[in-house]
Design a protein around this ligand. Structure first.
Ligand code: UDP
Ligand code: MG
Length: 312
């Protein structure tokens, strides 16, 4: 059988409430598209509920499902990295487990790939998140688009397909702070996109805390942009210039015999606080880059495997 093989990589972290529906819907999609050799690689990111049991039971009945277990919760980005490193398909589809990315869309991604695209992004026409999460995501995407040193697209997240060549390229990137959408744009290749409506999580709670999302947002910015550093340089140049001109002004005033006033306490306090703030921000930004350099130097692996079922 020389059918093209497609592997789905799906990170799971305490997704027992959605797993039965996810596995059933995936199997339906697989059965309906027999021209592809499908397999689903579920990457357990240290779940403490019945998630792994559910997948293992399924894998025992249906060899198209496989399970990779990480030794603890390493986070979504690490789970994706583990999945990409172990996926064997000619193409790999990455998606969330919570059915916000509808499995029924996968054949459309594959069709784009068959037409020649090496990277297919599923782009959200709409999304269901509300409140702080939603505002945060919108603000981040707009901000990220303007600061990143190379073009990125807003409104696409994990959901998409990668050709074997793109998967290998991403696997070769050694960095530890991984921001998947950024890496996917960074490797290039012929890219296509399809539009979809992001659905509501089918069951359970969002498993990524707002804090984690903020951390990934930081990774996105600091891994793909030098703009924070450049802004500091600009601020430094601007403030020094302003200081210099102010100095000249005082000297001139003195030369022309105008008394330099002894007042200006409020101005002084304001300036001291402002400059102190700018300097602290500067140290913080340097620290962000330095911490990332430190993490790279330590060379710790991005994830550690505990067990595998049906995975080489
Ligand atoms: N996830 C994971 N590790 C984590 C948190 C989440 O592998 O530490 C998985 C989760 O099971 C889901 C996907 O990442 O398949 C997206 O998570 P979630 O739906 O909670 O995030 P959001 O939709 O808010 O981005
Ligand atoms: Mg979700």
């Amino acid at each position: 059988m020389n059918l093209p093989a497609v592997t789905l990589v799906i990170p799971i972290f305490n997704e027992a409430p959605v797993l039965p529906e996810l596995l059933a819907r995936l199997a339906t999609v697989f059965d309906a598209n027999a021209a592809i050799r499908w397999d689903a690689l579920l990457v357990d990111d240290g779940s403490s509920d019945r998630s792994t049991t559910l997948v293992r039971e399924r894998a025992a009945l249906d060899p198209r499902f496989a399970l990779l277990e990480l030794s603890r919760n390493f986070g979504f980005q690490a789970a994706i990295a583990a999945g990409l490193a172990h996926a064997r398909g000619d193409a790999v589809v990455t998606m969330d487990a919570d059915l916000q990315d509808p499995p029924e869309l996968i054949p459309a991604l594959v069709a784009k790939w068959r037409e020649g695209a090496a990277v297919v992004r599923a782009t959200r026409r709409s999304r269901q998140e509300t409140g702080a999460r939603r505002i945060g995501m919108d603000v981040f995407h707009r901000f990220y688009q303007s600061v990143s040193d190379f073009p990125v697209e807003s409104n696409s997240g994990t959901f998409g397909l990668l050709d074997r060549a793109a998967v290998d390229a991403i696997n070769r990137l050694p960095e530890r702070h991984r921001f998947f959408p950024g890496l996917r744009s960074w490797v290039g290749f012929t890219t296509a996109e399809i539009l979809y409506d992001r659905e509501e999580r089918r069951a359970g709670q969002p498993q990524q805390s707002l804090r984690r999302l903020v951390r990934y947002a930081f990774d996105g910015v600091f891994s793909f942009s030098y703009l924070p550093l450049r802004l500091l340089t600009y601020a430094g140049v601007f403030i020094s210039l302003a200081g210099f001109l102010l100095g000249l002004f005082f000297v001139a005033k003195r030369l022309f015999g105008v008394e330099v006033a002894q007042t200006g306490f409020t101005t002084l306090v304001t300036l001291v606080l402002f400059l102190g703030g700018v300097q602290l921000i500067g140290i913080g930004v340097l620290g962000e880059y330095l911490a990332r350099v430190y993490d790279e130097v330590k060379q710790r692996p991005v994830y550690i495997l505990k067990r595998r079922k049906g995975v080489e």
